[in-house]
Design a protein around this ligand. Sequence first.
Ligand SMILES: Cc1cc2nc3c(=O)[nH]c(=O)nc-3n(C[C@H](O)[C@H](O)[C@H](O)COP(=O)(O)O)c2cc1C
Ligand code: SF4
Length: 481
Amino acid sequence: MWKPPERIKHPIPEARWPDAEEAAAAKLFSPLRMGPMVLEQRTWVPAMVPWRATDDGFVTPEILAWYERLARGRPGALVVEATGIREIPSGPLLRIGHDRFVSGLTELVATVRQASAGHTRLLIQIIDFLAIRRRPQPEKYFRRYLELTDRHRRAVGPGSDDEIRARLLELPAERLESVLTERELEALRYGHRERVGDTHLDHVRDLPRALPTLFATAAVRARRAGFDGVELHFAHAYTMASFLSACNDRTDGYGGSRQGRVRLPLEVYAAVRNGVGTDFAVGCRYLAEECIEGGSTVEDAAFFGVELARAGMDFLSLSRGGKFEDAKQPPVGWAAYPYTGPSGYECMPTAISDERGPFGRNVEPVARIRAAIREADCTTPVVVAGGIHSFDQAEELLQSGRADAVAAARQSLADPDWFRKMLLGRGREIRRCIYTNYCEGLDQKHKQVTCQLWDRESVDAPGVTLSVDGRRRLEAPDWSE
Ligand SMILES: Cc1cc2nc3c(=O)[nH]c(=O)nc-3n(C[C@H](O)[C@H](O)[C@H](O)COP(=O)(O)O)c2cc1C
Ligand code: SF4
């Protein structure tokens, strides 16, 4: 993973934990209404892909155990991982693009209800993504994938297609830079990646026609499965975030200006709302800042926030970064991963950082977005995530009106009971995340995600489920009140 060049090692700050009385009076543990849904407390576990679904996207016993473990900590809200809305193979990523997925998801809902004793509101994050290929062997790229054009023929002289391909393959890297287009070079060096601006491709041109229905039917399935709501995934490197992006140069009314870029997200929202009605929560996750050159800024995000709030979204959850544009070159045979560059660092910052450090980097941008939403007379709750790790930090940002709910991903993975421990005045028992991103490294390799602070603990104990490599436990050790 990319690290800021300053490489300053930030210790995990000392934390002061409240006693039970102080916690009971804290804003963090006060209720919050989000449209038709009321959170018992303002604590939130955001979406985290644990890589435990079957290869065709079904819920497994390991998925149930993962969410059961998180639900036992009784967060105000728990968001199920990014779940694909299409009928396309996506590896062990959950799917919701067909009715056959509903029964597994229904079981997941029942598991969470029982484990949280009904205290946790359960959302599912629904996602669309465009095609991305693995970085090819150069031989394969030139012999099979590259579509020959006159530009290539002019560069290497006349001959049969096979001869031209062979000559291109022999060209030195510097020469290739003038012979291949930017996209061809990217396909060679990173793997081909579709963009929302590829409107010469029918299925990309037609995204504004297809996506509202795909999201709406997925949301209806989520409702049937018994979820309290859906979180539309408009963040990071995926299709909807690419529509919102300042890099979206579509000229069909769905790109360019801020109004153009937010048009499809609003149409998706309208279709979803139409499908699920008003007694089911619908919100979205999007980016406070894209954190890439030429990307959307906090001012763009404030504009989008006002538009999405006015349209009637029940909550807005803000992340940051996590883009393909600045991702590292993957090894041959691997696909680019959007959390390997500076914007990936902004999404999941580690303890090796710059002067600002890894904690709460998203708080100020989110505060500005929330202020713009309030100035527009909208009361839509705003959720902040990114390096949130302690009671005082969470409570202060709520008390100062910079956000309405506090999401913690890695701290909740390190200790799924941490909110509960705080509430009970037992904060000293919290296993604190050390922000090394071991978990995120597993995610990058599509390996079952675990935390280094507990995955080697009591692996031989009865009833412990191990990862496929047989070395790591899949769930955090038990804790009882
Ligand atoms: C293993 C892992 C998987 C993640 N999967 C998702 C996901 O499916 N959808 C999403 O919006 N964010 C995902 N994230 C990002 C987190 O929700 C969160 O925004 C990020 O980790 C920063 O919060 P934190 O500092 O509290 O960890 C993931 C993070 C991790 C560590
Ligand atoms: S592996 Fe555990 S300690 Fe390390 S960043 Fe992930 S959750 Fe935190």
